[in-house]
Ligand binder design. Structure first.
Ligand SMILES: Nc1ncnc2c1ncn2[C@@H]1O[C@H](COP(=O)(O)OP(=O)(O)OP(=O)(O)O)[C@@H](O)[C@H]1O
Length: 336
């Protein structure tokens, strides 16, 4: 059984003084009249998994590609291992590895052939190919053609190709999109292992579970800006409330949405329940955020009894990165 568990940190990233291997300052990209990355600043520390998390169109890919030197910033700069991605691109390419989209691999080559071909692109020494492919769980596919690999196997091959020259920093752009749960977990284990072997990883994703499990720090992006940047635990504890109670009401006035007059009155009264800090009405569900779960739940049930409201789909959960994103932006990470 694959685990994909983040072990307590034993790799070399220390406190805030850990060395920055990537520096991003005032990074900006414009397309026509649209500024899609709006002057962002951050550092990535050597040896960490740095997650860029945000909804589609937030600017994650554009940001990564400016750091990789594939797109030119209109303003600001990025440095990798001290090299400027605009003026020292050849040096940057030596220290980074970029996972290609699996769809752009050469289908007719075998796994061994394509890896050899990629290794031949480098003047610097490359890693031994068979152990590399074995470490990507492709040892029994060496002579198989790329076109016969599954989606997860192709993604793992794309990672092998990205690290064949032993780069210090690896960029993974939405590496598990479209994979089944088992293949995602296998890939997560590989990413964690790469980090434990000392690589720095920059990973973009719009899956909050992926960011929470993998990333040492998460940069939450929305509409070209950074809305928050911290460890997953600190992001969640930055919320005023640790727990959420969700429920629905049968179709009728109260369920009609937060802007319906009677729903508005209901929201005001729900807010007075003991421990409740904030209320949201999202996707036909009420969400009460609380820092006193038991008291709020008891209060809610008493309130529902008194008002003759039939609560359905009642559930409690701890707050998530999705809740952080909603609090910061008023919108959901997921597609509406
Ligand atoms: N070459 C381009 N020309 C014009 N607009 C672009 C171009 N590339 C990206 N954009 C726009 O820039 C914005 C940010 O796109 P980007 O791909 O960086 O977002 P993302 O966060 O990676 O989203 P996704 O998860 O969909 O890849 C989007 O509105 C996109 O339409």
């Amino acid at each position: 059984m694959e685990t994909a568990q983040k072990t307590e940190r034993q790799h070399p990233v220390g406190g805030s003084e850990a060395e920055a291997i990537i520096e991003v300052r005032g990074l900006t990209k414009r397309y026509g009249g649209d500024t899609v990355v709006k002057g962002i600043d951050f550092d990535v520390k050597r040896g960490e998994i740095f997650g860029l998390l945000g909804p589609n169109g937030a600017g994650k890919t554009t940001t990564m590609e400016m750091i990789e030197g594939l797109r030119r910033p209109d303003d600001g700069y990025a440095r990798v291992a001290g090299y400027d991605t605009r003026s020292q691109l050849a040096k940057v390419k030596e220290v980074i590895g970029v996972q290609l989209q699996a769809t752009s691999l050469f289908d007719l080559l075998t796994v061994r052939e394509i890896t050899r071909m990629y290794a031949s692109f480098y003047n610097t020494p490359t890693v031994p190919i068979e152990p590399l492919l074995e470490s990507m769980i492709l040892g029994d596919k060496l002579n198989g053609r790329v076109k016969h690999l599954s989606g997860g196997q192709k993604q793992r091959l794309a990672i092998a190709l990205a690290i064949v020259h032993s780069p210090q920093v690896v960029f993974l752009d939405e590496p598990t999109t479209g994979l089944d749960p088992q293949a995602r977990r296998t890939l997560w284990d590989i990413v964690l292992r790469l980090r434990d072997e000392g690589k720095t990883i920059v990973l973009s994703t719009h899956y909050m579970d992926e960011a929470r499990i993998l990333a040492d720090r998460i940069c939450l992006m929305d509409q070209g800006k950074i809305v928050a940047l911290d460890t997953p635990a600190n992001l969640i504890s930055s919320l005023a409330s640790e727990s959420a109670i969700e429920f629905r009401l049968p179709a009728g006035d109260h369920a009609a949405g937060a802007d319906h007059p009677s729903a508005e009155r209901l929201a005001e009264r729900l807010e007075t329940i003991d421990g409740v800090r904030r209320i949201e009405f999202r996707k036909e569900s009420w969400v009460l955020y609380t820092d006193a779960l038991q008291r709020s739940l008891t209060g809610l049930i008493a309130f529902a009894e008194q008002e003759g409201l039939a609560l359905t789909d009642l559930q409690t959960r701890t707050a998530t990165l999705e809740d952080v994103f909603i609090q910061m932006t008023g919108r959901s990470l997921r597609e509406e």
